[in-house]
Write a protein that binds this ligand. Structure first.
Ligand SMILES: Cc1cc2nc3c(=O)[nH]c(=O)nc-3n(C[C@H](O)[C@H](O)[C@H](O)COP(=O)(O)OP(=O)(O)OC[C@H]3O[C@@H](n4cnc5c(N)ncnc54)[C@H](O)[C@@H]3O)c2cc1C
Length: 327
């Protein structure tokens, strides 16, 4: 693909900024990140944490030459009366008081082994093909190489997490996953498919939570994204609100603060409903195939035709990316 294609990235949150970083690393430098707010970072704007298995964050830290410099986190477990308790089979006293803890420890070990063997490929970044019993994505090893293969067992991941654990004789591990999953507000194990639970909390990530092996940043998680933005060749254009996207003649026309800009490709990392704001009520309507070079996505009612600002002379085909996917 022509390395000079004009790429519009909607949103200066983690996904939009990382898209800029990865494009730049692959030699695509003609990208424009449009952020509607007066700051970058999106929802990642808090003093919370990351874990060592968040590889994209590691990539960003390397790119910027920064590190996780925040305080080490600690954690206590308490019973219903507020007394501090030890929920793991680490002390003899605790095991004597709660004999089932040893069973949980054994099941946890089995669960980790099963995920690596019977469910090989469950944790690939990308997670494509799981429902059909295949895996296709990027390995969660430092090389992050592309890995593909067949594994019919992966179809089990469509089961609710509680059933998946039961099927594998590891029901007690739910007591561990429940902390950073259900308590964080991500849903209930009898409703959420195992594929989703294990996508967010693969074995390694869950163990990092258990061991409180977490990263923090003195200035909050937003620090990573502010740093990334500062290190990009094309930092995000702030206060640039996308109001409309139209595909015509193999190009993408993006209305930003009332002005139309022309691009060859678009990467969308903001919810499309964000374009249905009061300033431009918009009902997105796709006219033809999402991958067709002649397709168009329109918003209606449309505004009077504003001025068109060509971004660069390069012209190529367009591809509609409904979420923060590849161009
Ligand atoms: C309470 C809470 C706690 C969290 N805790 C953690 C945590 O501890 N660790 C962690 O790693 N993750 C955490 N997350 C998750 C993390 O914040 C999100 O995964 C991340 O922000 C998603 O990034 P994104 O770029 O996809 O979307 P967003 O962060 O939503 O970024 C989208 C960007 O697009 C912009 N935008 C929207 N509409 C338009 C438009 N029309 N034109 C131009 N720009 C537009 C928005 O302003 C925004 O900047 C937490 C999330 C929440 C809500």
């Amino acid at each position: 693909m022509d390395k000079n294609i004009r790429i519009c990235i909607v949103g200066g949150g983690p996904a939009g900024l990382s898209a800029g970083m990865y494009l730049e690393q692959k030699g695509y430098e003609n990208y424009t990140i449009l952020e509607r707010l007066d700051r970058v970072g999106g929802k990642c704007w808090s003093p919370i944490m990351g874990v060592p298995s968040y590889y994209a964050v590691e990539d960003v830290e390397k790119f910027c030459g920064i590190t996780h410099d925040g305080p080490k986190l600690n954690r206590n477990y308490k019973d219903a009366n507020g007394n501090v308790i030890e929920p793991f089979a680490r002390t003899l006293g605790n095991i004597i008081r709660n004999p089932w803890l040893l069973k949980m420890k054994k099941q946890l070990k089995t669960f980790g082994e099963l995920l690596e063997t019977k469910y090989k490929g469950y944790d690939l970044n990308g997670h494509r093909g799981v429902a059909e019993g295949r895996y296709d994505g990027y390995a969660v090893t430092p090389g992050r190489e592309r890995v593909q293969g067949e594994n019919p067992n992966l179809k089990d991941l469509a089961l609710p997490f509680s059933e998946f654990c039961k099927k594998n004789g590891c029901e007690l591990v739910q007591k561990i996953w429940i902390g950073p999953f259900t308590s964080f507000g991500y849903g209930y194990f009898d409703e959420i498919p195992a594929a989703y639970v294990l996508k967010y909390l693969d074995f390694q990530t869950c163990m990092n939570f258990v061991k409180v092996n977490l990263w923090t940043w003195k200035e909050g998680t937003q620090y990573i994204w502010e740093q990334l933005n500062a290190h990009l060749k094309n930092p995000a254009r702030l206060n640039s609100k996308i109001e409309k996207v139209e595909r015509r003649d193999g190009k993408v026309f993006v209305t930003v603060n009332g002005e139309v800009e022309e691009y060859d490709k678009i990467i969308v990392t903001a919810p499309r409903r964000a374009w249905s704001s009061t300033s431009t009520p918009a009902t997105m309507r796709r006219r033809s195939s999402p991958r067709s070079t002649t397709s168009a996505t329109t918003c209606s009612p449309s505004r009077p035709s504003p001025r068109i600002t060509p971004r660069s002379p390069t012209m190529s085909s367009t591809t509609w990316c409904p979420r923060s996917s590849a161009i």
